[in-house]
Design a protein around this ligand. Structure first.
Ligand code: RP5
Length: 162
């Protein structure tokens, strides 16, 4: 996107993109400028901090962070910014995402992250939640979201049973 990104989508590994693509798709559909990056809290901590500082200074207003295993990515990002951080737990170990869910949702008092569901539903909802935050100050986006939700309702009403 050429517009200045409003949402940052960060993932700990390229292998997480299969899940985080669900967030990127929603952001595209809603016409929200975004930037997606692979940056790891434990593999590239310095570059992660540099990106958080630069991205938020340049206009990113919400960050979606997806990671698996001992998933500290969202919490580490939240420690460096006051921009809201939405966490998406990813099932990338034999514990099937319960490890990342607990790591993300159990942030100690004082540095919050908002944790969504494990996997693609959580990624999609993170994008919708980011959109809702931005729509508080963007009437046109609010309208696009209302239309998106109405279309989902219509899909249900058009379902037929065999
Ligand atoms: C985490 O380790 C990543 O978020 C990913 O979910 C998991 C495995 O990473 P790779 O070994 O696939 O790079 O840091």
């Amino acid at each position: 996107m050429s517009e200045r990104p409003l949402v940052g989508v960060v993932m700990g590994s390229k292998s997480d993109y299969e899940v985080l693509s669900a967030a990127v798709e929603i952001l595209k559909v809603l016409g929200i400028a975004h930037e997606a990056r692979v940056l790891s809290a434990h593999r590239t901590p310095d570059q992660l901090f540099e990106w958080v500082e630069k991205a938020t200074a340049e206009g990113v207003r919400v960050i979606i962070a997806g990671a698996g295993g001992a998933a500290h990515l969202a919490g580490v990002i939240a420690a460096k910014t006051l921009v809201p951080v939405l966490a998406v737990p990813i099932a990338s170990t034999p514990l099937n995402g319960l490890d990342s869910l607990l790591a993300m949702v159990q942030m100690p008092k004082g540095v919050p992250v908002a944790t969504l569901a494990i996997g693609k539903p959580g990624a999609a909802n993170a994008a919708l939640f980011a959109a809702e935050i931005l729509a508080l100050n963007d009437a046109a986006l609010h309208e696009r979201m209302a239309a998106w939700r109405a279309a989902r309702a219509q899909e249900v009403l058009e379902q037929t049973l065999p």
